[in-house]
Design a protein around this ligand. Structure first.
Ligand code: OAD
Length: 261
């Protein structure tokens, strides 16, 4: 932790729960970095270059509708491999701290919305309640004909590409490059960003839109904005405070400032 971090955490705690007042309207945006300490690979990031997914795999051949159309077997094998990794992973101290923060904020009259770009469901498994999945979930798969969602068993599919009960191809219920984000998720984000008072961007490289633009909307709404990331990102200069470090260390330290609720 940087030497100035405790002071910054004290300041953030005072914004989250000002003395003699209700807690704030809080929004948190998370990205792959918060799950890194659960052993899941991020997509980008120079510090962990050797371990990032887009270093080893090409998004254009794996994470687009065109790629799935060309080679559904390869794409579904890759997503099934990642699905099993997510199921095997456990929520880490960062996920658990956010779930506790939500209970503290809502219990003190504030509101809390967790917008995540992650498809791994670790926030929900950690106990977070108001989670908005901006990029869908890899744990659920969708029939390409009927749109029906299903949760495959916790073992690998028996054959590839997997088929739905209706006999059509199954695809992961994630958002691919070139696809629209779920309307309800965008609406929840837009709604919260109008009245947000404290906004966190945690473990995201802030290069994928629309999520990368949320911090600017939060600034425009007059919110106090904070970034927690292992390294600099394009939004580091746009926030009120930036904290360099691991989310799994910083977030529990923030809770300490709030009296360890
Ligand atoms: P990225 O992989 O782009 O960024 C992860 C960020 O987390 C980097 O900025 C790292 O520095 C930071 N980081 C790594 N470990 C950390 C830790 N322990 N604590 C805090 N920060 C840490 O992930 P996203 O921003 O989530 O979309 O990527 C956005 C989207 O791009 C993903 O949802 C995915 C991807 O392509 C699709 O597949 C459509």
């Amino acid at each position: 932790m940087q030497p100035q971090t405790p002071d910054i955490l004290r300041l953030i705690a005072s914004k989250l729960c000002p003395p003699n007042s209700r807690a704030a309207h809080v929004m948190v945006l998370t990205g792959a970095g918060i799950s890194a300490e659960s052993g899941l690979r991020t997509f980008r990031g120079s510090e962990r270059d050797m371990f990032t997914l887009w270093k080893d795999f090409d998004p254009q051949t794996l994470a687009t509708p065109e790629a799935f159309g060309r080679d559904p077997e390869m794409v579904s094998r890759w997503y099934d491999w990642r699905r099993l990794g997510c199921l095997a992973a456990e929520p880490n101290a960062g996920h658990l701290a956010l779930a506790r923060l939500e209970r503290f904020i809502t219990g003190n009259g504030g509101s809390f919305t967790l917008l995540t770009q992650n498809v791994d469901r670790l926030h929900q498994r950690a106990g977070s309640r108001n989670v908005v999945e901006l990029h869908g979930s890899i744990i659920e798969w969708r029939c390409t004909r009927t749109g029906m969602l299903s949760t495959p068993p916790t073992t690998a599919f028996e054959s590839f590409p997997p088929k739905s009960a209706a006999g059509a191809l199954l695809r992961p219920n994630v958002v691919w490059f070139g696809e629209m984000l779920p309307e309800a998720a965008l609406a929840a984000a837009a709604d919260g960003l109008e009245r947000v008072e404290v906004f966190f961007s945690i473990g995201t490289s802030s290069v994928v839109y629309p999520a990368a633009g949320f911090v600017h909307q939060a600034n425009a709404a007059g919110a106090f904005t904070v970034e927690i990331n292992a390294e600099d990102t394009p939004i580091s200069r746009a926030v009120d405070r930036t904290i360099r470090g691991a989310a799994g260390t910083i977030l529990p330290a923030l809770l300490q400032q709030l009296g360890n609720p």
